[in-house]
Design a protein around this ligand. Sequence first.
Ligand code: FE
Ligand code: FE
Ligand code: FE
Length: 172
Amino acid sequence: MPKKSSGASSNGLETLFEDGLKDIYYAEKKILKTLPRMAKASQSAEVSAAFEKHRVETEGQVQRLEQIFEQMGKAARGKTCPAIDGILEEGAEILEEYKGAPALDAGLVGAAQAVEHYEIARYGTLIAWAEQLGMTDALHLLRETLQEEAATDKALSALGESDANERALQAA
Ligand code: FE
Ligand code: FE
Ligand code: FE
């Protein structure tokens, strides 16, 4: 049996939604800072271009989140996301441990896909909650972003399969 709620607006779905927004807002801003480093480190022009393309998209994603906060009448504020901190930390390890190695790009592509999958999980949930809350405008914005994350994940898979994994294998 659920405990008696202390009120519809406190710690209900809307609060959960707002907390989720803060989590992904923190994550997106951190990803925005990391993508240029990954673009710079990657050995192939294609992998580098994919990171740069997604950096530009990520700027737009941050703006979409700010629009949603504004629609809710809330200040755009992030809340530390330990998951993205950990995922990016693993990416930084790859960067350091595979510097100059043939497997670097394969490792970076894999690290970036872990980021995309976290984002896909979070946006998927936020979309479901926005739907439930009847937040139509937010719903559209979140769907646009989810579509970009999914397309990025696909593009990274293709890059790994067509190029980076092959180069990594050659030196195995
Ligand atoms: Fe993103
Ligand atoms: Fe999180
Ligand atoms: Fe992304």
